[in-house]
Design a protein around this ligand. Structure first.
Ligand code: AMP
Length: 367
């Protein structure tokens, strides 16, 4: 069986690596061949709105999935009409627009930060006043890894921010005084069965995910699963779905969801019986889902901008290294490392030499 993947970055790479032992091949689709996936399967080259090239992909595959959400709706619609797309159009389309996303979450009674639609400078001024002068302005579309966002307070020059926004539709979100950021990742099979991995606790660097710790046994696991299940069922979802959450006291607020495998779930490759990548392939291919139980406690650290000497990384006992074969560039996700241990104290101990190699003083774990 062959699955088509719209996109050919590191997520597509890890999906292909997970599919191989199952006998599921991947065909990638993107503007050009990428070093990430070059050796792992064929790439059909074309723009994401090129009907002819997408038709070539469709003819060579039994199902088509996505590794990113920023894709033309018309192309997704065409694939959906051929009953190829998993997850479906509704999930991918809703995740493209922060207003649609938040509206869907609210409709499902899932709590979010307060938000206001901003279509004019007057909207922005009024929303800022209502938000209590501490807020984040976000473009509704095409914002990721902290791009298209402005942190605003009482001293912000709203005229200047409005000019920078340059007419793009936006939302203002009240600043959430969160205790930490969590994500819940689950998978839903073709038959509607849902399974969930333990929560991840995530820290960011310059708006980009840096470190994720698995949190098996977290007291809010059940509540997070309930929220994600509601979302999956409403979307008649097939595949892996990730939901980013803010923990405020003992309350969970949903921030955004990703209709795909997620960076905060990379630890599942070694830290769970079945990884997010394998279970996504299984779900999309219509195969039975694998066990999502954790194997101990895990930490995943992104290698951003450059990969430290591989010899030094591999000298760290127990380390699992994943390089994506991408060209170095400041802030770019070039790879990640994972450590797993039987208990949190042992994990902390194992992390110390890794932090030293990575030049990290504070690992970001606050447990
Ligand atoms: P996002 O692109 O929505 O995931 O936002 C990027 C990061 O900005 C999040 O991971 C949070 O650290 C922070 N952030 C986003 N929205 C809020 C909010 N409403 N209140 C506080 N922090 C936020």
């Amino acid at each position: 069986m062959n699955i088509g993947i719209l996109g050919n970055g590191q997520l597509a790479r890890m999906l292909a690596l997970a599919g191989r032992p199952l006998g599921v091949g991947c065909v990638f689709y993107a503007d050009e061949v990428s070093p990430c996936t070059r050796n792992l399967g064929e790439t059909v080259c074309g723009h994401f709105d090129d009907g002819e090239s997408l038709d070539t992909l469709a003819k060579g595959t039994q199902r088509v999935t996505v590794e990113k959400e920023d894709l033309p709706v018309a192309s997704l619609e065409a694939l959906q009409a051929r009953e190829l797309l998993a997850p479906g159009l509704q999930a991918v389309a809703a995740s493209q627009d922060r207003l649609d996303e938040k509206t869907l979450l609210r409709r499902l009674d899932i709590a979010t930060a307060s938000f206001w639609v901003v279509d004019s400078l007057e909207d922005l001024r009024a929303a800022m006043a209502e938000a209590g002068n501490a807020a984040i302005l976000k473009t509704r579309r095409s914002g990721y890894d902290g791009r298209g966002q402005w942190r605003l307070d009482a001293g912000s020059d709203l005229d200047a921010v409005w000019r920078e926004l340059a007419g793009r539709p936006a939302l203002l979100e009240g600043m959430v005084p969160f205790d930490c950021e969590l994500s819940i990742i689950g998978v839903r099979g073709d038959d509607g069965e849902c399974r969930f991995w333990p929560l991840s606790e995530n820290t960011h660097r310059d708006g980009i995910l840096h470190i994720s710790f698995s949190r098996p046994g977290h007291p809010l696991q059940g509540r997070a699963e309930d929220i994600l299940r509601r979302l999956m069922e409403a979307l008649d979802y097939v595949g892996v779905l990730a939901l980013e959450l803010f923990l405020v006291g003992d309350e969970l607020l949903a921030n955004e969801f990703a209709p795909r495998v997620h960076n905060s779930g990379h630890w599942t490759i070694e830290g769970a019986v079945t990884s997010q990548f394998e279970n996504h392939v299984r779900a999309v291919a219509g195969l039975p889902l694998g066990d999502t139980a954790p194997r101990g406690y895990s930490a995943m650290i992104n290698l951003l901008g450059e990969i430290p000497p591989v010899e030094a990384l591999l000298a760290v006992p127990g380390v699992h290294l994943h390089c994506y074969d991408k060209a170095p560039k400041p802030g770019r996700k070039l790879g990640h490392v994972t450590l797993c241990a039987d208990d949190p104290a042992a994990l902390q101990q194992q992390l110390q030499p890794l932090y030293a190699v990575l030049g990290l003083e504070e690992g970001g774990d606050r447990s």
